[in-house]
Design a protein around this ligand. Structure first.
Ligand code: FES
Length: 113
């Protein structure tokens, strides 16, 4: 087996030195190296279901790992529809699986009139 294929890659030296972070997933306290994505942190903890399909109810998990497929949607700190592969894991995050159809919050910005 080529072990290089599974080596953790950090974006820069600062994130590589950020140590271990603790976070919560579905009420369980888990740990992961700092600087990696939420998706990577969950998969390192053998979490293989992130959400279920609002159409069929089938379990879903990350596929592309680069923000394209939206299979990795989870709820982070109470905010739904977060792409786990595009967000860096942080100390104390509260992550939950996303079930069924969700709603999008309307965000009002200063630019909008
Ligand atoms: S895994 Fe495809 S968007 Fe996150």
């Amino acid at each position: 087996m080529n072990t290089i294929l599974f080596k953790t890659v950090h974006a820069d030296a600062n994130t590589a030195r950020s140590g271990t972070v603790s976070f919560e997933f579905e009420g369980r306290i888990l740990t992961a190296p700092g600087g990696i994505s939420v998706a990577a942190a969950l998969m390192q903890n053998q979490v293989l279901q992130f959400r279920d399909s609002p159409v069929s109810g089938q379990p879903r998990a990350p596929y592309c790992q680069m923000g394209i497929c939206f299979e990795c949607l989870v709820q982070i700190n109470g905010v739904q529809n977060r792409q786990a592969c595009m967000i860096t894991i942080e100390e104390g995050m509260k992550i939950r699986m996303q079930h069924g159809q969700t709603t999008f919050a309307i965000v009002q910005t200063e630019d909008a009139e």
